[in-house]
Design a protein around this ligand. Sequence first.
Ligand code: PHE
Length: 347
Amino acid sequence: MNPKVKEALDKSLALIESSVDPNKTYLEIFGKGGIFTVLAGEIKNIEPQNRAAFGRDLNSAKSQIEQALHIKRSSLVVSRSSGFIDITAPGKKQKIGHLHLVSQAIEEIVGIFTKIGFSLQSYPEVDWDWYAFESLNMPKNHPARDDWETFFVKAPASSRYGNQVLTPHTSNGQVREMERVKTFTPRSPKGEVGPIRMLNIARCYRRQIDVSHTPMFHQFEGLYVDKNVSIPELKGTFDFFTTNFFGPKRVTRLRPHHFRFTEPSFEVDVTCGVCLGKGCRICKSGWLELGGAGMVHPNVLKAGGIDPQKYSGFAFGWGIERTIAMKTELPDIRLFYQNDLRFLEQF
Ligand code: PHE
C-alpha cells in the first residue's frame, strides 16, 4: 500500500477508535478538508503509471475505514455522553401489564349489577362487632358466630358497638347501608325509606387456608330492600347474574340452608361449567356452590331502623375468588395470591 494512503488510513482508524461521535468523525475523514478527501485530491499529483495502484489503495483504505465506522456506530448504540442513538438497533419490547384477575372480576360484577340498579358502596374492612355480628341477629357468644373464624383486633372496645374485628364477610354492610339510606334519602312524613339496592365489595378475613380458602379473600354482597320483595325476585337476580357472568348455559338453584340473618335462607348453586349439570369428576353432582343468600331477617331490618311490617328484602354474599374459580375451573384459589406471573399472565 502506498505509504501516504497507509498513513491516512492509520490516522483515520485511530480517530475512529477514540471517537465518541461517529458522525463527527465521518466528517473529519470524508468531509470537506477531511483526511481522506485531501488524500484523494492528491491523485492528480501521482505519475500516470502509478495512478491505478494509488486508486486501488484508496478504495481499499476507504472500505476499511467505513467498516471501522460501522463497527463503532454499533458499539455506541446509546451513549448518553455523546447523545448518539443508533436508530437501527433493535428495540426492547415494553412489558405491558394488566389488572389482576380479581380486579377484572370486580369490574365485571359491578358492571352486571349496576345494569339492574344496584350501586356500589364500600364499608369498613375493620369494623365493630355490632355490624359484623350483633346487628345480624348473632348475639354475643352465639355459637353461629363460629362459622366466621374471625380475627379480632387488639384495640379498645366500644361500649355500644363492642370489639373491632377484621370483617369476616361483607354482611357488615347491610345495617350500615340501611343507616346510610335512612339518613340520605329524603323521607316522606310516613317514614318511607329506600328502595335499597346495594352492592358491597370488600376484602374479608377468616382464619382458614386450603385449596378453596385464603385468609384474605373478597366477597360481593347484594342487599335489596323495598316493599313486597319476594323470593322470585331474588332468584331472578341470581339468574341474571349467572347468565351474564358464567354464560347463557349455566343456571342456578336454591337449596335450603340456615343463616341467623336471613329467613328463609338458601345456599345458591350454579351448574358446573364442564358438564353443565350432568355430573362429572370435578363437580360430582353437577352443581357448584356459589354462596349464601336469603330474605333479610326482621331483626336485621329492625337493627337498621326499618319497619319489617312494611318492608322486606333479600341479601346474598358470595366469594369473588371462588366465583372466578367456578368460571375458569381453577383447582386451587391460593394461586390468586402467590404472585406467580406464569399464572397471572394467563388471564
Ligand atoms: N355472609 C354470609 C357468608 O359470608 C353470606 C350471606 C350473605 C348469606 C347475605 C345470606 C345473606 O357466608
